[in-house]
Design a protein around this ligand. Structure first.
Ligand SMILES: C[S@@+](CC[C@H](N)C(=O)[O-])C[C@H]1O[C@@H](n2cnc3c(N)ncnc32)[C@H](O)[C@@H]1O
Length: 265
């Protein structure tokens, strides 16, 4: 750790609106390679660069996950989707992390299921080259392929009808609401990761329409939405022949809609 005047760093960060200024100061000091590097990191943080992009990692469900500039920073609330997903005890379990970003959701689900002895076959996919590169780094230890392209287009045909858990944290901010987001997200995360079209559900609709083709009988599609979007999202799932449910976590302020394909027979 670079030993600097931590007190003045904390004051600078707090004045810039960082709520967890003490913790951030300690993490930046830990990451810096010299005093001047530390100064540079603090200046970038004050200008609004997300802490996670400066550190190059974030913690998600107890895992250290690499996150690079230009890649969506996983939110703690998405841990709720992971919790719901791992309720599935299918063995072996085929997991697809669609719109994977840095791959945090797939990584957490695969790690937590594997810890219970379940054999997991994980694949991931994203449109953005920066996200795909980051996910490849995170998922390399699991030997999980990360495909690049528009939604399901780059996936191998032999995955069709075999997916037990389809995780999809699709972009769900209505286009007009992006301007009201905190500058950290609005100015430093790619809008392809945020913009869900006029009602926030444009990408979700496309995922829901394709999901029955990729899901195994009894397989589940799990998608994070806002509270306001969840009722409409369940209607969309039902229109695709999936049985919809809504799950809410007060603790994480998270909403997940689940569409289940009918079991065989
Ligand atoms: C809200 S971020 C979620 C990332 C990651 N799942 C997470 O929770 O950290 C949405 C992701 O969807 C990707 N995306 C947007 N449109 C896409 C498309 N048409 N096909 C594939 N990925 C897309 C973005 O690049 C971004 O990484």
């Amino acid at each position: 750790m670079i030993v600097s005047d931590i007190g003045s760093l904390v004051t600078t960060l707090r004045a810039a609106g960082c709520v967890f200024a003490e913790e951030e100061a300690a993490l930046l000091a830990e990451a810096a390679t010299s005093e001047s590097d530390l100064k540079g990191l603090v200046a970038q943080r004050v200008s609004g660069v997300p802490l996670e992009h400066l550190l190059g990692w974030t913690e998600f469900r107890g895992l250290r996950v690499a996150v690079a500039p230009g890649v969506f920073v996983p939110r703690q609330r998405s841990g709720f989707l992971v919790e719901l997903a791992i309720g599935d005890r299918h063995d072996p379990c085929v997991v697809l992390d669609m719109c994977c970003g840095c791959g945090a959701l797939g990584l957490a689900v695969a790690t937590e299921l594997s810890a219970t002895g379940i054999r997991v076959e994980l694949s991931a996919s994203d449109l953005e080259p920066a996200a795909v590169a980051c996910a490849r780094r995170n998922l390399a230890p699991l030997d999980a392929p990360v495909h690049q392209g528009d939604l399901f287009t780059p996936l191998p045909a032999n995955l069709a009808g075999r997916v037990h858990l389809l995780l999809a944290n699709t972009p769900y901010v209505p286009t007009a609401a992006i301007a009201d987001m905190p500058p950290e997200a609005r100015d430093h995360e790619p809008h392809t990761a945020l913009d869900g079209g006029p009602d926030g559900l444009a990408v979700f609709r496309r995922v829901a329409a394709a999901a029955p083709h990729w899901l195994a009988p009894g397989g589940r599609l799990l998608v994070e939405t806002s509270r306001e979007q969840s009722a409409l999202a369940t209607t969309i799932l039902a229109q695709q022949g999936l049985t919809p449910t809504i799950a809410k976590s007060e603790e994480l302020y998270a909403t997940v809609v689940i569409g289940t394909r009918a079991a065989a027979g």
